[in-house]
Design a protein around this ligand. Sequence first.
Ligand code: AGP
Length: 607
Amino acid sequence: MCGIIGVIGHSKVSSLLIEGLKRLEYRGYDSAGIATLLNGRIDRRRSLGKIENLKKLLKKNPIKGNVGIGHTRWATHGIPSRTNAHPHSSGDVAVVHNGIIENYDVLRKDLERKNIIFESDTDTEVIAHLISFFLKKNLSPLKATITALKKVEGAFALGIIFSGINNYLICAKRGSPLAIGKGKNCNYIGSDSIALAPLTQKLCYLNEGDIAEITSKDFKVYDQNGKRVKRKITITSLANNKIKMGGYNHFMQKEIFEQPAVIGDALKYFIDTKKKKLLIPSFAKTIKKIKEIYIAACGTSYHASLIGKYWLEKYANIKTEVDIASEFRYRNIINIKNSLGIFLSQSGETADTLAVLRYFNQQKGKTLGIINSAESSIARESNHVMETHAGPEIGVASTKAFTTQLVALGTLTLFMANFNKAIGRNEMNKLSNALLEAPGQISKILKMDNIFHKTATSIKNAKNVLYIGRGTSYPVALEGALKLKEISYIHAEGYPAGEIKHGPIALVEKGVPVIVIAPSDQLIDKTISNVEELLSRGAKIIFISDKKGIKKINNKKITTICLPESHEIISPILYSIPVQLIAYHTAVLKGTDVDQPRNLAKSVTVE
Ligand code: AGP
């Protein structure tokens, strides 16, 4: 969950490193630092807090050089502090690292026994000392790095510079994402294409275990045994202008409001909007024999997976099991061979989700990655890929990635339903037309933004907020609660409406806000009885429904929010807009850091 960047061959290396770190800040932002090489000498600047603080430090105390490495941190080992900020150095080596060294304790004790003094509490510093130790045994920088990394267990994406070797940088990858960017007389390394897009479109994604020697002119890649290997250069599709805030106050706000356009674009990849027919995915023949689907995901992607489960079972008649990836990976899954594993991930780098994918690959299960980052590890390691085409999502709280995941799952459902002849032509047309209506319906809901702002004002001082729903509205309740807690820091929980009386209702006392997700589907009457139970205990009910549903509520004490009527297959997409905006406005009212909430990072690449 950290971001690393490296530049070699540019006279203004410090400013390029800072700009790159700004673009990586969404991956972690509790401290940052850079190190550069000038006339063979390594110089370093590090600061606590955001990149802005590092920028101020460099203004006062600049460093020069034309090769350098940079790092923005999400602390895993050692508190956020300047001493624990990267780059970490030892003798003639400076290192930046994203990942976790699992055996760092053993390695540290071993190095301390050799009288090597540590300055930080991080696992990363072990790598710097190990490389320096082997350099002192007269190994070349490459050999010293390979030898050191053979002792390391765990995940890393590394950038390394060496005193005395001006035009030279080493990078290495195992378990954390890393790409080399090929420029003109200047080369780069970065944790992802977002960091490198403004510098170059030519990217070389390293494979597991790869190590590369980079100069300003070229680079050479080796496998973990030091054997030269060839890696292809791809042209990233990420245009730099997509990473701008575009007049909004926050990336999250921009990403909420661009959902009609983004979903409209995504639908073009899945449904031929002219002929109104499904665009059959490339993996059609593979999924013919699928009897069962397992979906593994985390956080918001897990909530989308739960909705996918309802759809796949209801419309495609296919048994679907969903589990949180960090739990899934320790289960003993029976009969993976005849099932399809689906891995839902915006970043495509979530360590737990990636671990389940690798487990499925090992067990020879078929795997489908539904991802938003085409060049990610999950995309590269899945047998098949469905891209959600949401464009770069910078706000840590996921919004457009969630709704485009639902569009992808919805079209996958239609495709499987068609295949299993589970529904007729008419219903198929009705469902695909409903999906095609989503962008227009979302635009109408976005125009109600002031209503959601008012709702946020009414809950911003709450200590606890409950979200409830039934059927596919239950995962929307989970998603609403996650949005609120992760950016406003108010404790919030999502629950199946029917579950409230099995405990959570004890939390309800006068004024506790309960946000009810209740499209007028076949479950609404049962949800309304739950609303009565809550109301009689003093809850402040915010009832989000449509005209038909609200007609059933005749109690002035209930705040109702009326959305456009919609087909049930798109109600989870539509009803996530209010919960996104309620969370967004509550966070703004509370003055929290909307795009980079405390303790979080956009891509959880550590377990
Ligand atoms: C959602 O708002 C959070 N940022 C988080 O739960 C996220 O959904 C989760 O970490 C999974 O990320 P992924 O989709 O990139 O795998």
